[in-house]
Design a protein around this ligand. Structure first.
Ligand SMILES: [Fe+2]
Length: 284
């Protein structure tokens, strides 16, 4: 299973086009869709209210049948949808416990041409690890955990519980493949997601993306830093829809045969500070 696609409902589609192509380094393939790897598309942008519109989780055919069986057994409403609209083989719509619209799909179309971006030259760590990860809203973390683990088959990676700049943090991380986490949550967010993450293949490319973000005038929300659990070296900035994206490198992989979940007492080994905490009071 993997994070197959993300669709965002946005007020300013032109700003999103510039953001996804010039800052993130994906390629426009038409119809408001963008690719970053061997999948025909990974990001979709439609008119909306500056929030996550749909999360596409891609399953193998057999995994999809298992998940549908669990959902039916729990009497959770699942609607079959037209796969042609997504370019996939099978497609089902379901809401997660927080009301986030999900699509459970199989067989997303792969591209016929190799991915080449003039911006993100060595491409992204994606393909069978999915497009990256996202942190979704979860007002009832226990309910969300049950849904994602018992219904969809996610596996618990670890937890971070700490205080960070005056905020209590309690985040749970889940994997669906070798990527340390494809999904995380830890409470209610202002929007359906806190951020999504993409992973570059080199540290320099994080620096180059940082430069592009600054040049585009997108606010840096968390400085460069490294997380203790997935070891991701990354920064966070604001998308044109005022939720965040994380651009990283160096994420660790998990092997289910040897992995033991643990709890970390800090969100970052170093960095990831909101930059304004260092500014003098008069410049805030
Ligand atoms: Fe993240």
């Amino acid at each position: 299973m993997q994070l197959g696609f993300l669709e965002f409902g946005v007020r300013d589609e032109d700003a999103w086009h510039a953001f996804l192509t010039d800052v993130v380094g994906t390629i426009a393939v038409g119809g408001g869709r963008y690719r970053m790897d061997g999948h025909a598309w990974r990001f979709g942008v439609v008119e909306g209210r500056d929030d996550l519109e749909t999360v596409g989780w891609e399953f193998t055919e057999a995994e999809l049948d298992v998940a549908l069986g669990h959902l039916a057994g729990a009497d959770i409403e699942v609607l079959e949808a037209d796969p042609a609209e997504r370019g996939c083989h099978r497609r089902y719509r379901v809401l997660d416990p927080a009301g986030v619209p999900l699509e459970l799909v199989s067989g997303l179309t792969r591209a016929t041409e190799p991915f080449e971006s003039p911006v993100q030259r060595s491409g992204f760590v994606a393909d069978d690890q999915g497009l990256g990860h996202l942190v979704v809203t979860a007002p009832d973390p226990a309910g969300s955990r049950h849904f994602y683990e018992a219904m969809l088959g996610f596996r618990f990676s670890d937890r971070i519980a700490c205080s960070f700049h005056g905020h209590d943090v309690d985040l749970a991380f889940f994997h669906a493949n070798r990527r340390h986490h494809s999904l995380a949550f830890g409470g209610q967010q202002r929007k359906r997601l806190h951020h999504f993450m993409v992973e570059a293949r080199s540290m320099d490319e994080v620096g180059l993306a940082f430069d592009r973000t600054m040049k585009a005038g997108l606010p840096i929300m968390q400085t460069l830093g490294r997380h203790p659990n997935d070891r991701m070296f990354s920064f966070y900035a604001q998308t044109p829809s005022r939720f965040q994206f994380e651009f990283g490198w160096g994420g660790r992989e998990v092997d289910d045969d040897t992995w033991t979940p643990s709890t970390h007492d800090r969100i970052s080994e170093w960095g990831h500070h909101p930059p304004q905490v260092f500014w003098p009071e008069e410049s805030k």
